[in-house]
Design a protein around this ligand. Structure first.
Ligand code: ADP
Length: 224
């Protein structure tokens, strides 16, 4: 399928389902899913200098500096081109400005920004029950799925783990950072590109949310 919208930003708090939905959209529409969190975790796993630098921030629930986040995205765009579904980028107004400048330069403006909204209670519950595969990015709930830490990932076989920032302390910090630094990105897009931003309630069932997102990506904006 060749969707109308090919440059898409997914915004939302931790555990709002950005990664899961971006994976499904990537598979349906053939647009590459880029998670800056996953790119950083992979650098960290491989023990690269960039990964070590990033870990000092991410393990505490803090954002890595804009310069580092922009660098990792610019590297990705250089080898992959301007078709993307960004999950976790931009996370500050500074990053959004950088992205706009880069896309202006390429003559390929952003098509769509989607905000997944979720209550704080639901965020806390999901994060504290979450186990993840650091290899393929799949996530599972210890209460909804029959998987536990250390079990092999049903998708790729790597061991499931609790992310080092999926704990109550780091989560408080991540929520604080989200409110202070990432929510202003919503206002930024509403101001500079009226009509580009769409809000979706992320507490609904995964298939229902996917249906709404698919309609938006396909360009059927009235459906969502
Ligand atoms: P979540 O959305 O569940 O919090 P992510 O995998 O998107 O998790 O991000 C994990 C961590 O990686 C963040 O808490 C932050 O430290 C770092 N990170 C990811 N993307 C960015 C970004 N665009 N700018 C700065 N830091 C980032």
């Amino acid at each position: 399928m060749n969707p109308v919208n090919q440059r898409i930003v997914l915004l939302g708090p931790p555990a709002s389902g950005k990664g899961t939905q971006a994976d499904r959209l990537a598979e349906s529409f053939g647009i590459p899913h880029v998670s800056t969190g996953a790119l950083l975790r992979s650098e960290c796993d491989r023990g690269t200098p960039l990964g070590k630098e990033a870990d000092a921030w991410t393990s505490k629930g803090l954002l890595v500096p804009d310069e580092l986040a922009v660098r990792i995205v610019a590297n990705w765009m250089e080898s992959n081109g301007p078709r993307f579904l960004f999950d976790g980028f931009p996370r500050t107004v500074g990053q959004a400005e950088h992205l706009d400048k880069a896309l202006d330069f390429l003559g390929s403006p952003l098509d769509l920004v989607i905000l997944l909204e979720l209550s704080e209670d639901a965020i806390r519950r999901r994060i504290l029950e979450r186990i993840s595969c650091l290899k393929c990015g799949a996530t599972f709930s210890t209460s909804l799925h029959a998987h536990a830490e250390g079990d092999p990932c049903p998708r790729c076989g790597a061991p499931l783990v609790r992310r080092n920032d999926d704990n109550a302390e780091a989560l408080d910090q991540r929520l604080d950072v989200y409110r202070k630094l990432t929510l202003p990105v919503v206002g930024y897009y509403e101001k500079i590109s009226p009509g580009i931003l769409h809000r979706i309630e992320a507490g609904e069932g995964s298939d229902e949310i996917f249906g709404k997102l698919s309609a938006l990506v396909a360009g059927d904006k009235d459906e969502a």
